[in-house]
Design a protein. Sequence first.
Length: 107
Amino acid sequence: MSSSSNSHDHHEENFIQKYIFSVDHKVIGIQYGITSLLFLLFGFSLMAIMRWQLAYPGTEIPIVGFIFGESGILASEQYNSLGAMHGTIMIFLGIVPLAVPVTLMRT
């Protein structure tokens, strides 16, 4: 029996196989945290849009104003919708996913 028959070939995983489609619990935890931080960033951007509208009423919102129509000004219905989305995203998709694992680790 030669040593070459007992050797195992090591397969190098590429980035997508290792970090996107991983079943390793450590990588999944990192994915979970990064996703939560991205949702927090999105919720923060909604808050920034709302604050811009309060600080400069009647002016076009820079960079993302085209989303809100031709004028780029946030209507009152859109403002209320952004407020509801901001709260829901920050709590249920940002803070809770980051806080629950930390709470469970302390028990």
